[in-house]
Each structure stands twice: as structure tokens, then as C-alpha cells.
Design a protein around this ligand. Structure first.
Ligand code: CA
Length: 230
């Protein structure tokens, strides 16, 4: 992706949209199109998929959450990265957005520098993902070869249960992203309905202990879930 990335901003408050556009274009991070409603946004992404969508939750008629849900359900837009703009007070919005597959969220009021940094991070992940869906992760302590099912911390092999292995794999594949307990349950446990969200906490606790020095890379994000950090 040597060209300048294209970002679609979906925000009905025109002055906020204009600020975002100005900030991202001035820094050279992206060229920005702005639309003010959810249905216009869905038309725009289907016509020509942008590299990233910045999606406000509070939109007239069709909410940002609904736009996110529709985009993720359609094969041609399922993989377009989404950063949600949510109200600081609404944890429910953030959880809903992440559950629906948003890549990240920024709470209002936000600093333009923070938003630009998040945009760059998501675009970097998108590029990295396109180049190599790397099956090997190497960090300061942890080396995880997911194809070979070989996990080692500081050079010593670590034995994980299948569930712990799947949990680590999903966390690492989505590193630097917050994953809600419900999402982890759905992806790692499947739809076993008797499993409680607390099981996630128990398994994360065991996994952290086994990962020793690399354990702290699995962060608890209070009220939201977990994140594996690089
Ligand atoms: Ca709005």
C-alpha cells in the first residue's frame, strides 16, 4: 500500500468530521471522504471499499452500531477496518462495537493526535495482515509457532491445553485489540451455551501463569475484556 490510504468518516456533526478530515490529510496519513448518515456510508463502502472507516455511533436514523453490523455481515465489506467513535459514558456502545467486530474505538471527546495514532495503528495492522498472516509470533519472552503447536517462553517449552492454546492464538492474532469476553467465548469456546463468561477469566489466569514472563502481555481491560499487547 504505497498509495495514500483512503479513510471514510461517518459523522453527522459536520465540524467534528471536518476536524478529523483536516487532521488526517494535513499529516499525510490519509485522504478522507465524509458522509453524514449510515445509509450513505453503506452505499459508499459498497461502491468503493475504503482502507478504513471511522464510524460515529450516534448517527440519525441508522446508528453506527447498526452500520458496523451490516458491514461485517456482507462479504464485500466484512474486512474493512472500523474505528468507532463512542461517548465516554457509554460502555454498552463500546462493548457492542467490539462484539460486532470493530477494530478499535475512540471515546469522545478525543484528541486528534490520539485518533490519528489509532488510525495509523489500524492501517499498519491491515498492511501487515495483507502481507503475511504470520503463524509465528516472537516477542521478548514468548515464541509461539501456531502451525507447529510449539509455544516457548524464554526458550523453555510450555505445555498448554487445547483451550489455552486457542485462546493464546486468538489473542495474538488480534494483538493490540481489545477482545470482549463474549467474543472470546464465541471464538475459542464456540457456542457451548453452558459456558459462563467467568470461564474466560479462569483460563486467562492459567494462561498468564504458564506464560510467566510473557504473562503480563495479556492485559485486562476493565469493563471490556482482554488485550494481548506487543
Ligand atoms: Ca454524531
Amino acid at each position: 500500500m504505497s498509495r495514500v490510504p483512503r479513510v471514510l468518516v461517518v459523522e453527522d456533526e459536520q465540524d467534528i468530521a471536518a476536524l478529523i478530515k483536516h487532521a488526517l490529510e494535513r499529516s499525510g496519513d490519509a485522504t478522507v471522504d465524509v458522509v453524514g448518515s449510515g445509509d450513505t456510508a453503506l452505499r459508499a463502502v459498497r461502491e468503493r471499499a475504503p482502507d478504513l472507516v471511522i464510524l460515529d455511533v450516534n448517527l440519525p436514523v441508522m446508528s453506527g452500531t447498526e452500520v458496523c453490523r451490516v458491514m461485517r455481515a456482507r462479504p464485500d465489506t466484512a474486512h474493512v477496518p472500523i474505528i468507532m467513535l463512542t461517548a465516554r459514558t457509554s460502555e454498552a456502545d463500546r462493548v457492542a462495537g467490539l462484539d460486532l467486530g470493530a477494530d478499535d474505538y475512540v471515546t469522545k471527546p478525543f484528541s486528534l493526535r490520539e485518533l490519528a495514532a489509532r488510525v495509523r495503528a489500524v492501517l499498519r495492522r491491515k498492511r501487515a495482515g495483507a502481507e503475511s498472516p504470520a503463524a509465528i509470533y516472537e516477542g521478548a519472552h514468548l515464541r509461539a509457532d501456531f502451525d507447529a503447536v510449539a509455544i516457548a517462553v524464554d526458550g523453555r517449552p510450555v505445555r498448554l491445553t487445547r483451550r489455552e492454546f486457542e485462546l493464546l492464538k486468538f489473542l495474538v492474532e488480534n494483538r493490540n485489540r481489545v477482545l470482549s469476553r463474549d467474543r472470546l467465548l464465541e471464538r475459542v469456546w464456540g457456542y457451548e451455551r453452558f459456558v459462563e463468561t467467568r470461564s474466560v477469566d479462569v483460563h486467562v489466569g492459567r494462561l498468564r501463569a504458564k506464560l510467566a514472563g510473557a504473562g503480563p502481555q495479556i492485559e485486562t481491560v476493565v469493563g471490556l475484556g482482554y488485550r494481548f499487547v506487543d
